[in-house]
Design a protein around this ligand. Structure first.
Ligand SMILES: Nc1ncnc2c1ncn2[C@@H]1O[C@H](COP(=O)(O)OP(=O)(O)O)[C@@H](O)[C@H]1O
Ligand SMILES: [Mg+2]
Length: 159
């Protein structure tokens, strides 16, 4: 499975996709979200948190000022937004790598800012506009963990 393309037709649809993905993510997963502002990245994170840390789902917003928000749950979710950071030097100083290789699930908006710091095992979701309420989401998986998640997701979507 090289990639999976899914077009969602509403914010709820994107959130549901996030919940499905969340239910498949083992602890230690890293999910990279790419694409323009308004693409639906934060919306998808809300779905992931709904499945892994439901009591916190209503709190999900772009952590524009915080850089990282933590949502405690059976599997803690660390939600990053690297929009304002410019490069590896900045990000390395912040010491986030201990979260990237920890027991929670990491999900990062503007993950392209990470360059060299991006973990090798990564599930990547690229968001593109496909109409007012439509978003095309292209999902790829690098590494064994993310590859398995992508396969399981493709089976679910095909059903
Ligand atoms: N299919 C869709 N999926 C996700 N968001 C959608 C969709 N259609 C319209 N939207 C709207 O697009 C915006 C997405 O915002 P957000 O999730 O914050 O994007 P990002 O985090 O990528 O900047 C919201 O205003 C949402 O209501
Ligand atoms: Mg956002």
């Amino acid at each position: 499975m090289a990639e999976l393309k899914i077009t969602t037709t509403s914010p709820q649809d994107t959130e549901e996709l996030g919940a499905r993905i969340g239910s498949l993510l083992p602890s230690g997963s890293f999910v990279a979200l790419r694409g323009d502002l308004g693409g639906g990245k934060t919306c998808l994170v809300r779905g992931v948190v709904t499945s892994l840390a439901p009591q916190s789902a209503h709190l999900v917003a772009s952590p524009t000022y915080a850089i990282m928000n933590c949502y405690p749950g059976s599997t803690p979710v660390y939600h990053f937004d690297f929009y304002r950071l410019t490069g590896d030097a900045d990000i390395a100083e912040l010491g986030f790598e201990e979260f990237f290789y920890g027991d929670g699930v990491c999900i990062a908006e503007w993950s392209e800012r990470l360059t060299e710091l991006l973990p090798a095992d990564v599930l990547t979701l690229q968001f593109e506009y496909a109409g007012d309420d439509q978003r095309m989401i292209t999902i790829t998986g690098a590494g064994p963990k993310s590859g398995t998640v992508l396969e399981q997701l493709s089976e679910k979507v095909a059903q």
